[in-house]
Each structure stands twice: as C-alpha cells, then as structure tokens.
Write a protein that binds this ligand. Structure first.
Ligand code: FMN
Length: 139
C-alpha cells in the first residue's frame, strides 16, 4: 500500500504527531501549508488539531478537492482537548467518494494552561501505534 500523511497544525502538536508517524512508519508527511501534490495514494493519514470543533479551514478546503485518484481512503488522527470527530473534514472526503475509516484516534492536546503537558511521549507513541495497527489490519 502506498500511504501518505497530510497534517495541519496551529500550535505544533499535530506536526509532532505527524513527524513521529512519518519517522517510525516510514511514510512521507506533508504540511497542508505547502499545498502538497497528492497523487495515486491508497491511504491518506490526516493529522490535525481541532479548533472550535473542526480542523483548520485550509485542510477542509484541500479535502474538498481530493478524489479517489489522489487517495482512495482516509484515516483520521486528531489532536484536541476533548475527543471529537472532525465532521467537516469527514463530510468533504465522503462527498468525494473517499472511504473514511471507521476507527479514528484522538491524541490529547493541551491549550495554554489546560492540559499543558499534552501530548506527551506516551500519547504520541500511542498515535503511532494506532496507525501501525490500522495499516497491519487492512493489509
Ligand atoms: C483557537 C483554538 C481553538 C481550539 N478549540 C478546541 C475545541 O473546540 N475543542 C478541543 O477539544 N480543543 C480545542 N483546542 C485545543 C487544540 O485542539 C489542541 O491544543 C490541539 O493539540 C492543537 O493542535 P495543534 O498544536 O496541532 O494546532 C483549541 C485550540 C486553539 C488554539
């Protein structure tokens, strides 16, 4: 399977998570800021922070332009204080016939004094394990 990581981060947590997945699993990671060219991948691993309940608008707009020629399926990994599904991202992908995996992972991420120590090393490792386990199961 040909996999790719696409991440969007405001305060750096999702970037750290994306880089850990990239390094440990050998999957190339792209920052949405760089408007990456994504072509011919099986699985897109989306890693994003949650802001007012959703991902960054750039990531949602990017997803609206994707088709199965870009990525066939998507795995969602979020970073937020509370566990929540990034509905707009998910809807954009599904609307474009990209299969969104039922399993999602939320890596706890603090903001200012709330949960300042998160994500910690263990939480980042768990995010990597989630992706690893998922890729193993679907191979
Ligand atoms: C402007 C802003 C809005 C946020 N809104 C939410 C929210 O609605 N729900 C939540 O659980 N966390 C919220 N958070 C916390 C972030 O999701 C959390 O800090 C996450 O780890 C940020 O990821 P990043 O460092 O990749 O940007 C918010 C953080 C910021 C900066």
């Amino acid at each position: 399977m040909k996999n790719v990581i696409i991440y969007a981060s405001m305060t750096g947590h999702s970037k750290k998570i994306a880089q850990a997945i990239s390094e440990k699993l050998g999957i190339e990671a792209f920052n949405i800021k760089d408007n990456p060219k994504i072509e011919g991948y099986d699985m897109g691993i989306f890693v994003s922070g949650i802001y007012s309940g959703e991902c960054k608008p750039e990531l949602i707009e990017f997803a609206k332009k994707l088709t199965p020629a870009n990525i066939k399926s998507a795995l969602l990994v979020t970073s937020s204080m509370k566990e929540m599904t990034p509905e707009k991202l998910k809807e954009a992908l599904i609307a474009n016939q990209i299969e969104v995996m039922k399993d999602e992972y939320t890596c706890k991420g603090g903001f200012l004094v709330m949960g300042i120590s998160h994500p910690n090393k263990q939480e980042i490792d768990e995010a990597v394990d989630f992706v690893r386990n998922h890729l193993y199961q679907t191979v």
